[in-house]
Design a binder for this molecule. Structure first.
Ligand code: ADP
Ligand code: MG
Length: 392
């Protein structure tokens, strides 16, 4: 009897133990499942798409790492301004050599500043036009070599579309369609951004670009190169209504520009003052010239936004760094009840973060360049000569 009782006790003990063990195993299994679920959930979160952007179209050697087209992990710019200041403007041959000397260093720094290696990036995006052919070729060849050696997709980016895409940086809410005024050293356009990577040119300059006019007027009043920021600073001390410079209308296009007439008017004014022995107030000339440019750019941009029924207006390009223009278009857009966007100053002038941003949208649209990619100095907005569409 006693033995039976003992056996029963033992069996009960074992049974309890087994049950405890089973409970533990069940709890562990549940824990495991939870952990698995949360890691599955995590892996369902889309990993970031990293683009290495490379820019060398004019006098800035630049590289940047950009995540998902909107977040800049690094932005390295080697400016050649001190090199060209001596000559009063960009000397293409000197620019090409300076790009060759700096490009690898700049790319390496962009990767290390971002805490990434070239293996981490999903694609390499490079400016292939418009710009100076020699400088463009340096960036294009660096990007091609890297893409080939590391077996990375290569995306060819239009420089002006890069300027426009600078508006996406740190700006989650901006989505096409919107009207963008692109004003830089080489270009002045009003563009309707129909969709990512899809553009319609509404207005263009018939002669000088806005930035070119700034640079020429700066030289004429002895401010030197680069003219835009210097005119901008001096204009703050002058009277914008002191001299009535012309606001040119061009033919019957309500959106086009002409700045060479304005530039000539400034030169004529300076000459006539000199001939009459009148001392020129440079701050008033800078302020009045700048106001004439701002008035035309603001008026045409707002007209385009109204006519094309777009309630979003953006600025892009080096001249978008102008404080007067930023305030003027912002005020006009707000008065018209439209949303206004502009890139941070560092993303207005040439940089590679904007190329990474534009490159991201080209990349996810399946656009790919191959080893035959060449520089196209006179590429136009919306022209896609560097990529083919790869369908997944
Ligand atoms: P590009 O792409 O044509 O090479 P950028 O986008 O680098 O030109 O812009 C450079 C141009 O922007 C120059 O003409 C320069 O004078 C002009 N610029 C830069 N900053 C200002 C400013 N604050 N005001 C007016 N123009 C400016
Ligand atoms: Mg530019």
């Amino acid at each position: 009897m006693d033995r039976l009782k003992i056996n029963k006790e033992v069996t009960k003990g074992i049974f309890e133990k087994v049950r405890e063990e089973a409970e533990k195993m069940k709890a562990e299994a549940e824990q495991g499942r939870e952990a698995e679920k949360s890691s599955e959930e995590k892996s369902e979160e889309k990993p970031e798409t990293l683009i290495l952007g490379i820019e060398s179209s004019c006098d800035e050697t630049a590289a940047a790492v950009v995540a998902d087209g909107r977040h800049v992990l690094s932005n390295v710019i080697y400016s050649q301004v001190p090199v060209h200041t001596l000559y009063g403007g960009v000397v293409p041959e000197i620019a090409s050599r300076a790009h060759v000397e700096k490009i690898n260093q700049v790319i390496r720094k962009a990767l290390s500043d971002a805490g990434k290696t070239i293996d981490d990036v999903d694609a390499i995006a490079v400016t292939y036009g418009p710009g100076l052919v020699g400088p463009l070729l340096v960036g294009v060849n660096a990007a091609k070599s890297l893409a080939y050696a590391k077996k990375k997709p290569l995306v060819a980016v239009n420089h002006i579309e890069g300027h426009i895409s600078a508006n996406y940086i740190d700006n989650e809410e901006l989505k096409p369609p919107f009207i963008c005024l692109v004003a830089s050293g080489g270009h002045s356009h009003i563009v309707r951004v129909d969709d990512y990577g899809s553009y319609t040119i509404i207005g263009r300059t018939h002669d000088d670009a806005a930035g070119e006019a700034f640079d020429k007027v700066a030289r004429a009043i002895g401010l030197g190169y680069p003219g835009g920021p210097k005119v901008d600073a001096l204009a703050k001390e002058g009277n914008p209504r002191a001299i009535d410079f012309p606001r040119a209308a061009v033919g019957d296009s309500p959106y086009d520009f002409s700045f060479s007439g304005l530039k000539s008017a400034v030169l004529n004014y300076l000459n006539s003052c000199e001939m009459k022995g009148i001392e020129v107030n440079k701050a008033d000339v800078a302020a009045s010239f700048q106001q004439a440019v701002i008035d035309v750019l603001t008026e045409h941009t707002m007209r385009a936004a109204r006519e094309y029924r777009c309630d979003r207006v953006a600025l892009a390009g080096g001249v978008a760094a102008n404080s007067g223009l930023r305030n003027s278009v912002k005020k006009a857009a707000e008065e018209a009840g439209m949303n206004f966007y502009m890139p941070e100053l560092i993303y207005c002038t040439d940089n590679a973060a904007m190329i990474g941003a534009a490159g991201y949208y080209d990349f996810i649209a399946g656009k790919r360049a191959d080893m035959s990619l060449n520089a196209i100095p006179n590429l136009r907005v919306g022209e896609n000569k560097g990529n083919i569409i790869v369908t997944p």
